[in-house]
Write a protein that binds this ligand. Structure first.
Ligand code: NDP
Length: 433
């Protein structure tokens, strides 16, 4: 705590992991002897840099850029870039720390990292976003590479920003190094299904959790928070599976559509027009918009928080449970507060933590790296099947490990132990580094 003062989200993420590791440390005393946990909690490298840029009126702005290269025991650092005004070093460290375990869970050869900036893309023109992103990469390029560190998107960073980043990287290095970034457009080196992967993956994970309990997803009522990349494709897959999604949101409020959300309208508003979700009600009769409302006050069978960290608190968890909730699958990173997680676990509902449930995005990024390395491109059906198999394997690994340690159904414990074991074994093999 002393060394990482004020980094509250980072403390929260570390605490959540450490609390579950007692049993595995007893089985593996060498982890404690070799101080594996202390090593994992300290990033291998942290880069903080100035990002100056000019807006359309010619005014100069200064933002702060971050890249935390947390752990490379299993492969090059891998993790997204977030552009959001709330970003601090503590935010990036919490995300990077989670990423180590998540990436290990996928079974792919990728280490953990994360980056971003306190830049706010909202209300900025394409040209402003481009100039900012180019300035960001003018520093970042020297720290990344196919074999070193491979960033991707996250909040505020989608295909447009990845395009600007790749263009600037290519220009500065004079290298067409496709594998340096993932989340690229499929027209120039991106993988099909990457855009859909995190949302689809969270639904595949949900399906697996329900299967264990003998429950079908078809006919269930769902709530998905957020209306960004993860939320949109979680809604799409839920609808394909016959679930009815009645609400989604942005940071200003939520929409409630008891007839089931029209995904075509949401995609048009968010992906094409970059508008607010409140506009939905102007295009759809029977739907209502609740400004500053709490989406978790609505009743549903399954909840998929897909917006941001700590968006679902203890009171919301209690309200969801009393309204008949049976499962939570987290598309976002750390969306439920520690107290909310306790409520879910005490109630015995299926609780799929983000580290496991949203790992489909980074797993598909690793598939994008595979395709880039072999100069190949796979079709949609094949890629989706690979994603589904990976999510099924992650679910099975977490489930079996929780059972092995006497905590059947505790995916938090299962995921943290699977992730730790994989990273720790590699770190021990490398010696004290
Ligand atoms: P987007 O930027 O595409 O969408 C984010 C959505 O969440 C928007 O609707 C946004 O609303 C809302 N949101 C963001 N911040 C807040 C906030 N402080 N309060 C309320 N709502 C907020 O991001 P993604 O969909 O890519 O990411 C969503 C979550 O999923 C994040 O936690 C991210 O780390 C996680 N994730 C993403 C992956 C990916 O592949 N993209 C992979 C794994 C995890 P508004 O427009 O009002 O800001």
């Amino acid at each position: 705590v002393q060394r990482n003062q004020g980094e509250l989200e980072f403390h929260q993420a570390v605490k959540e992991v450490i609390e579950t590791l007692g049993p595995v440390l007893q089985k593996h005393p060498e982890y404690a002897e070799q101080k594996v946990i202390e090593r994992i909690c300290e990033p291998e490298r942290q880069i903080i840099f100035r990002v100056p840029w000019t807006d359309d009126k010619g005014e100069v702005h200064i933002n702060r850029g971050f890249r935390v290269q947390f752990n490379s025991a299993l492969g090059p650092y891998k993790g997204g870039i977030r552009f959001h005004p709330s970003v601090t070093l503590g935010t990036i460290k919490f995300l990077g720390f989670e990423q180590i375990f998540k990436n290990a869970l996928t079974g792919m050869p990728i280490g953990g990292g994360k980056g971003g900036s306190d830049f706010d893309p909202k209300g900025k023109s394409d040209a402003e976003v481009m100039r900012f992103t180019q300035s960001f990469v003018t520093e970042l390029w020297r720290h990344i590479g196919e074999y070193t560190d491979v960033p991707a998107g996250d909040i505020g960073v989608g295909a447009r920003e990845i395009g600007y980043m790749f263009g600037q990287f290519k220009r500065l290095t004079n290298r067409y190094e496709s594998g340096v970034l993932t989340g690229k457009s499929p027209t120039w080196g991106g993988a099909l299904v990457r855009k859909e992967a995190t949302g689809y993956g969270a639904v595949f994970f949900l399906e697996e959790m329900l299967k264990v309990r003998g429950i079908a997803l078809e006919g269930k009522t769902a709530i998905v928070s957020g209306s960004g990349n993860v939320a949109i494709y979680a809604i799409e897959k839920l609808q394909q599976y016959g679930a009815k999604v009645i609400a989604c949101s942005d940071s200003n409020g939520f929409i409630h559509d008891p007839n089931g959300i029209s995904l075509a309208i949401v995609k048009q508003l968010k992906e094409v027009e970059r508008k607010r979700i409140s506009e939905y009600v102007n295009l759809r009769s029977g739907a209502t918009y609740v400004a500053n409302g709490n989406i978790w006050d609505l009743a549903c069978d399954v909840a998929l928080p897909c917006a941001t960290q700590n968006e679902l608190n203890e009171a919301s968890a209690r309200s969801l449970i009393s309204n008949g909730l049976i499962a939570v699958s987290e598309g976002a990173n750390m969306p439920s507060t520690p107290a909310a997680i306790r409520v879910f676990q005490d109630a015995g509902i299926a609780y799929g933590l983000g580290k496991a449930a949203n790992a489909g995005g980074v797993a598909t990024s690793a598939l994008e790296m595979q395709q880039n390395a072999s100069r190949d491109s796979w079709n949609f059906e094949f890629s989706e099947q690979r994603l589904k198999t990976i999510m099924q394997n992650i679910h099975q690994d977490c489930f079996n490990t929780a059972e092995e340690y006497g905590h059947k159904g505790n995916y938090v414990l299962g995921a943290n132990i699977v992730g730790l074991r994989r990273v720790a074994e590699a770190m021990l093999a490398f010696g004290v580094i």
